[in-house]
Ligand binder design. Structure first.
Ligand SMILES: *Cc1c(COP(=O)(O)O)cnc(C)c1O
Length: 340
């Protein structure tokens, strides 16, 4: 097993930690330059950068996992490459060749290998690819130049003492418009979520739940994670909508539910008025992994799914299968794991 730095792996949270190297490549004069690793965590960008004024920027979130034999692996990184290119298309930014994206991620992980948490701690290396429009500009139009960068840091398991359900509140705000940028991983959606998130925290909820922006009758997102519910007759149901961020974790769980747990896996409408059909519910994403939802506060009542303190059996099975695959303890479906 390779050497690791001296960090209290067991007590890591989700906080910025500077690691030695990041990858950075520029797109200038219509072409990608060869990127390289750099030790400088500060970006030097023009005051006219569209990323700063008009939100021409997108990002990704992914993790590298240390397996039992000490090797390091990525979970479905080509899906992140494709999604970043989908976001880029929506914002009129150049495409990033998928191989360039995945190679950049591998380079960053290898260069910071000592920061990949040891197997068994539950911790992993979080990787943040970031793509921004830069260069001199003032009008509302795509930037003349672009920067693609990726940095990383060790993060702890979301739940230190095992899975714990938390409570959420339905928001009156929208994070995205019906045909806006909800399906793109862009900072603007997150800027729009800061006030609703703050107000939810003030009321002692984990985060807020966003409804579909057109009719406000259906669940869309749980904070910055996707929603899923489990019915008494063994269905895994997750919302479908053009303003939901297509979570790679969510699509993985749909497949796991169907192929490994023998459930009926459905992307469909999740009406607030039909929450009673669910015996368990959760939020999913790279950072959240699977976060069980205890209860949801709607305008007039508090709806509890399985329990406010205990995690349901199906949620637990889904979690164990997903995390087992990510850390290499359980065989993954074809193509999901890429060794660093
Ligand atoms: C990134 C993100 C998710 C989770 O996507 P994963 O690919 O599973 O990490 C869910 N919702 C929003 C709004 C996101 O930005």
């Amino acid at each position: 097993m390779s050497k690791t730095v001296d960090i209290d792996w067991e007590n890591l949270g989700f906080d910025y930690i500077q690691t030695p190297y990041r990858f950075l490549a520029k797109h200038v004069n219509g072409a990608w330059q060869k990127g390289e690793l750099t030790e400088d965590p500060n970006l030097h960008i023009h005051e006219g950068s569209t990323a700063l004024h008009y939100g021409q920027q997108c990002f990704e979130g992914m993790k590298a996992y240390r397996t039992k034999d000490g090797s390091i692996q990525l979970f479905r990184p080509y899906e992140n490459a494709r999604r970043m290119n989908d976001s880029a298309r929506r914002l009129r930014m150049p495409q990033i060749p998928e191989e360039m994206f995945v190679e950049a991620i591998k380079e960053v992980v290898r260069a910071n290998e000592a920061y990949v948490p040891p197997y068994g701690t539950g911790a992993s290396l979080y990787i943040r690819p970031l793509y921004i429009g830069v260069g001199p500009n003032i009008g509302v139009k795509p930037a003349p130049e672009f920067i693609f960068t990726a940095f990383c840091m060790p993060v702890g398991p979301y739940f230190k003492g095992g899975l714990v359900p938390t409570n959420f509140v339905i928001s009156d705000y929208d994070r995205a418009a019906p045909m806006g940028t909800g399906a793109s991983k862009v900072g603007g959606n997150y800027a729009a979520s800061l006030l609703p998130g703050y107000e939810a925290h003030e009321r002692n909820f984990s985060d807020c739940i966003y409804l579909d922006p057109a009719t406000h009758t259906k669940i869309e997102e749980v904070g910055s994670a996707n929603f899923f519910g489990i019915t008494a007759d063994n269905k895994f149901i997750t919302p479908i909508s053009p303003s939901i961020l297509p979570s790679i974790t969510k699509y993985s769980l749909l497949q796991i539910a169907k192929e490994r747990l023998g459930m009926e896996a459905i992307e469909g409408d999740v009406y607030l008025s039909e929450l009673d059909q669910f015996v368990e519910a959760g939020a999913c994403g790279t950072a959240a992994v699977i976060s069980p939802i205890g209860g949801i506060q709607t305008q007039d009542k508090f709806h509890v799914f399985y329990s406010e303190t205990e995690v349901g059996p199906i949620t637990t099975k889904l979690y164990n299968e997903l995390v087992g695959i990510q850390f290499g303890d359980i065989e993954a479906p074809e193509g999901w794991i890429v060794k660093v």
